[in-house]
Design a protein around this ligand. Structure first.
Ligand code: NI
Length: 180
């Protein structure tokens, strides 16, 4: 296992649309996913998409356990999403703070669907279907954007609420808003 370098905003690799994984038996896939999990945990992310390690494949990992970067977020068990597709997005939306390991230190507010349905393969190649809400749904929408070459900075609701964590009064006083 290895902690990988996370590429940052401005790198053209973050703009590439990812391709589906085709070989679920490959040992390389398992190793890549394990590296992504280790990397996400090391940098205290709640999610990581393969393009962030320079790999244009449809792979997402996510996990929330007492995360210092998102202290009020609910716990979410480790999940691996391969070739994910959003099958339903609620019309109801919510505004919430987002950060990204490819934009270190920055935060901004993004409107996302409150609830989404999605399907994705797991590491064993089984297709799973789930419905999730709130912060969980937000993470998946954010990571799905990565697979399509989109960063949250392109979806900002209000540029005056985009900036460095320690300099943003609205983020400092966000309180419960952060838990979305
Ligand atoms: Ni991100």
């Amino acid at each position: 296992m290895a902690i990988l370098e996370i590429i940052k905003m401005g790198d053209p690799k973050l703009r590439i649309k990812s391709l589906p994984v085709t070989d679920f038996s490959a040992e390389a896939l398992r190793n890549r996913v394990l590296d992504m999990v280790e990397t996400m945990r090391f940098y205290q992310g709640v999610g990581l998409a393969a393009p962030q390690i320079g790999l244009s494949q449809q792979i997402i990992v996510l996990e929330v356990t007492q995360n210092k970067r998102y202290p009020q977020a609910e716990n979410i068990e480790l999940d691996v999403l391969i070739n994910p597709k959003i099958t339903h997005s609620s019309e109801q939306t919510e505004l919430g703070w987002e950060g990204c390991l490819s934009l270190p230190g920055l935060r901004g507010q993004v409107v996302r669907s409150s609830t989404i349905g999605y399907e994705a393969f797991n590491l064993e190649g089984e297709l799973l279907t789930k419905t999730v809400s709130g912060f969980h749904a937000r993470i998946i929408q954010h990571e799905m954007d990565h697979l399509n070459g989109i960063l949250y900075s392109e979806r900002l609701n209000d540029m005056t609420h985009f900036g460095f964590e320690e300099s943003l009064p609205a983020f400092q006083s966000a309180g419960d808003i952060q838990s979305q």
